[in-house]
Design a protein around this ligand. Structure first.
Ligand SMILES: Cc1ncc(COP(=O)(O)O)c(C=O)c1O
Length: 419
């Protein structure tokens, strides 16, 4: 298209064309937001060349907003550079972390394939495996997250993919990811990990040997609880399969959301260190409480896989769980129904009316959150045998305020059980 600004235009044409020339000489520290569906070309030859580059999945090639804009491409480049540091990887963006999980799995699996999923995976990952994947003819086996190289016994000729999440959701088991990946590589099996908990600040999954890292950018990358996004980062060998699925499914992210994630990313290192420092203090304080049977946080020496965590991770995030001492509820009654009621009353007393820990499902933002963890139906390979679990996201608030709030929570439990 050639547009001469001096050319006389009718009013309707003017509103469509005015002010679109931009200022190529202006350079800002932060990437600009591109809100684009349509991408314009100077010639048919340029259109065809871009189309071929997109079909081949070339980096930075685009023909349309769903494929990429300068803002989404900046975030994809950042993902390759940060999550895939030192490795040949490619990244794609999805509208949520869950969409990243389901797209990554759909991209690789076919009817007749066997999938191994850690028992400690994020609940909706299981729902997808048991629901849509089962319907498509993919069989799933759940494995004990602490199985390590013992996973070999579960492999079948048709095992195509091993799904990992370390530490696991709610129970925070640390997996021996390098051992599982080494075995999988020898057998030609793809490995994928949900690396949302540690973020690239504290974990380097491609150094451990995984083929794909799947991230909920909603959490620590965004960091401010105001954006939903996911990403799949894969070794280049897997890129054609992933790209094919991303294009067929129309997965993409908006420029505004990509910009929010890029903004959050600039402070992720500092935030993660503060989350870790606050969470460690909270975890140590919880460990000393009489009402607490155990604290599930890999950075604590009491954690069963603490040594594995020290070997593979360089830090711990702000998300942890603790197990309430079940004898708290048993003391006054032996009736199971009354016991369940007392347990619920105690959990409500602890979680409700906190000054700083709000009740909320997500995590990874700046703020502290609390949520009872109901995992009875989310474990099959290694059922949870402990007491009621409470998950905390320890935010960036002052540590004394946070501990004071939890202290009041335990007082509220006593009040509820005695009342
Ligand atoms: C470990 C883990 N992975 C993935 C997700 C999904 O992320 P999103 O909320 O962006 O769909 C979550 C959400 O809680 C999560 O906890």
């Amino acid at each position: 298209m050639s547009r001469d600004p001096g050319f006389e235009r009718k009013a309707a044409t003017r509103v469509a064309e005015a002010g679109r020339d931009g200022d190529a000489a202006f350079v800002a520290a932060s990437v600009g937001v591109h809100r684009a569906s349509t991408v314009l070309f100077d010639s048919l030859a340029a259109t065809e060349a871009a189309g071929a580059a997109v079909a081949a999945g070339r980096r930075r090639a685009t023909t349309y907003g769903t494929v990429g804009t300068p803002t989404t491409m900046a975030l994809m480049d950042a993902l390759c550079e940060i999550e895939g540091a030192g490795h040949a990887v490619r990244a794609s963006l999805m509208p949520s972390g869950l969409a990243a999980i389901t797209t990554a799995l759909l991209a690789m699996l076919e009817p007749g394939d066997h999938l191994l999923v850690t028992d400690s995976s994020y609940g909706p990952t299981r729902v997808f495996a048991d629901g849509m994947l089962a319907r498509l003819g993919v069989q799933t086996t759940y494995y004990d997250p602490t199985i390590g190289a013992g996973i070999e016994a579960l492999l079948r000729p048709e095992t195509k993919l091993i799904w990992l999440e370390s530490p696991g959701s709610y129970t925070f088991e640390v997996q021996d990811v390098p051992a599982i990946c080494a075995l999988a590589r020898r057998r030609g099996i793809v490995t994928m990990i949900d690396n949302t908990w540690a973020s690239p600040v504290f974990a380097r999954p491609f150094d451990w040997g995984v083929d794909a890292s799947v991230l909920a950018l909603t959490k620590y990358w965004g960091g401010h609880s105001d954006v939903l996004m996911g990403a799949v980062v894969v070794r280049e060998t897997l890129w054609p399969m992933l790209w094919n699925a991303v294009r067929q499914l129309g997965q993409c992210a908006s420029g505004d959301d990509a910009w929010l994630v890029l903004r959050g990313l600039r402070s992720i290192d500092a935030r993660m260190r503060q989350h870790q420092s606050n969470a460690l203090e909270v975890a140590r304080w919880l460990e000393a409480r009489a009402e607490v049977a155990s604290v599930l946080y890999p950075a604590l020496p009491s954690h069963p896989q603490h040594e594995l965590w020290r070997r593979d991770f360089s830090g711990a995030s702000g998300l942890l769980s603790f197990e309430l001492d079940a004898t708290l509820f048993r003391r006054a009654t032996s009736e199971p129904v009354q016991q369940a009621q007392r347990e619920r009353a105690a959990l409500a007393a602890f979680c409700e009316k906190r000054r700083h820990f709000a009740i909320g499902y997500s995590w990874g933002g700046f703020e502290s959150l609390v949520m009872p963890a109901r995992i009875d139906r989310m474990r099959t390979a290694k059922p949870w045998a402990g007491g009621p679990l409470v998950r905390l996201h320890v935010g960036l608030e002052d540590i004394a305020d946070l501990i004071g709030d939890l202290d009041e929570g335990f007082n509220a439990i006593r009040g509820a059980l005695e009342g």
